[in-house]
Design a protein around this ligand. Structure first.
Ligand code: NAD
Length: 293
């Protein structure tokens, strides 16, 4: 954690924390290998040739290899049928050396993405998107949870930001960020408000938050005067501004003059998401090889 000279808020350095987490995971994998166990394995299914998806897949693969997780690339042409992909998922579900299965989104329009995600064995659903895992999170039962909100909880905890009894405002209600984020904060006894595109007084509601999580996808939507002085502000957004620069959902400079702690974009939530993906793969592996998790 560092303090930027131009701002008042503490900068929550997700890049640094993710690096520490990845180093810890690498040590754990090395110890398992030294004890004679197989490497953890991720299978990544990429359909078609969307350039952004290819970059995401490459980054995930590189992150896996760095900690000793073997990554199997399953690239398929854009015209691949639903039946062929379902057969591939079945094969990966049955493969004892595959601990995690990722299907890179978006899929070509002729494919039923939800049906494919639903077909993944929930114990290999390292993205935490399967309805069984979503249900477990809802019920507070152990399972694999979505990586972005998991990474945010780790960032809040490392910075020792109090959660219990605090007002948390989550902007965005997607299944991969907003909803699971709200459930994780609720499980830690925050009083949680979920805002979305139909929330009438967004600024006024955000101003109530001791913890604000912005997961909208609108560049700098959240202004400095929306932030309660002393709040912790978590910016999930990844948007391009007019000049092509990566910016978050929060107007960083404005907000950092009011908040007590804030995540930068880039270098905040993004690196934590990948670290949590690796952590989910390792958890799945440890259960599969019979190690106490
Ligand atoms: P999404 O499009 O599925 O959901 C956006 C949500 O924002 C919706 O629930 C919608 O109701 C709400 N919303 C839209 N306009 C709004 C408005 N004007 N006021 C209030 N709420 C509004 O998006 P998502 O998948 O949850 O992702 C959100 C952002 O986070 C995107 O920028 C995405 O790129 C980014 N993201 C980053 C990471 C990461 O690792 N850093 C991971 C996932 C998503």
């Amino acid at each position: 954690m560092s303090r930027d000279i131009e701002t008042q808020a503490r900068i929550l350095d997700g890049k640094a924390l993710a690096g520490e987490i990845r180093a810890g995971l690498a040590r754990t994998v090395a110890a398992h290998r030294a004890a004679g166990l197989r490497a953890p394995g991720l299978a990544v299914v990429l359909v078609g040739d969307d350039p952004a998806s290819a970059v995401y897949v490459r980054n995930k693969r590189r992150a896996c290899l760095e900690v000793g997780i073997s990554a199997r690339d399953l690239d398929r042409p854009a015209a691949t049928s639903q039946t062929a992909l379902e057969a591939l998922v079945d094969e990966l579900n049955a493969d004892p050396e595959v601990d995690g299965i990722l299907i890179q989104m978006p899929l070509p329009a002729h494919l039923d993405a939800q049906a494919l995600l639903d077909r993944i064995d929930p114990s290999k659903d390292v993205d935490g998107f399967h309805p069984v895992n979503a249900g477990r999170l809802l019920q507070g039962v152990r399972g694999l949870a979505p990586c972005t909100p998991l990474g945010i909880m780790a960032l809040l905890d490392q910075a020792q930001i109090p959660i219990e009894g605090k007002r948390a405002v989550v902007i965005g209600r997607s299944n991969i960020v907003g909803k699971p984020m709200a459930l994780m904060l609720l499980a830690r006894n925050a009083t949680v408000t979920i805002c979305h595109s139909r929330t009438p007084d967004l600024a006024g509601t955000v101003r109530e938050g001791d913890i604000v999580v912005a997961a909208v996808g609108r560049a700098e939507l959240v202004r400095g005067d929306w932030i309660k002085p002393g709040a912790a502000v978590i910016d999930v957004g990844m948007n391009r501004d007019a000049s092509g620069k990566l910016v978050g959902d929060v107007a960083f400079l404005e907000a950092s003059r009011v908040a007590a702690a804030i995540t930068p974009v880039p270098g905040g939530v993004g690196p934590m998401t990948i670290a949590m993906l690796l952590s989910n793969i390792l958890a799945s592996y440890e259960r599969r090889v019979g190690l106490p998790g």
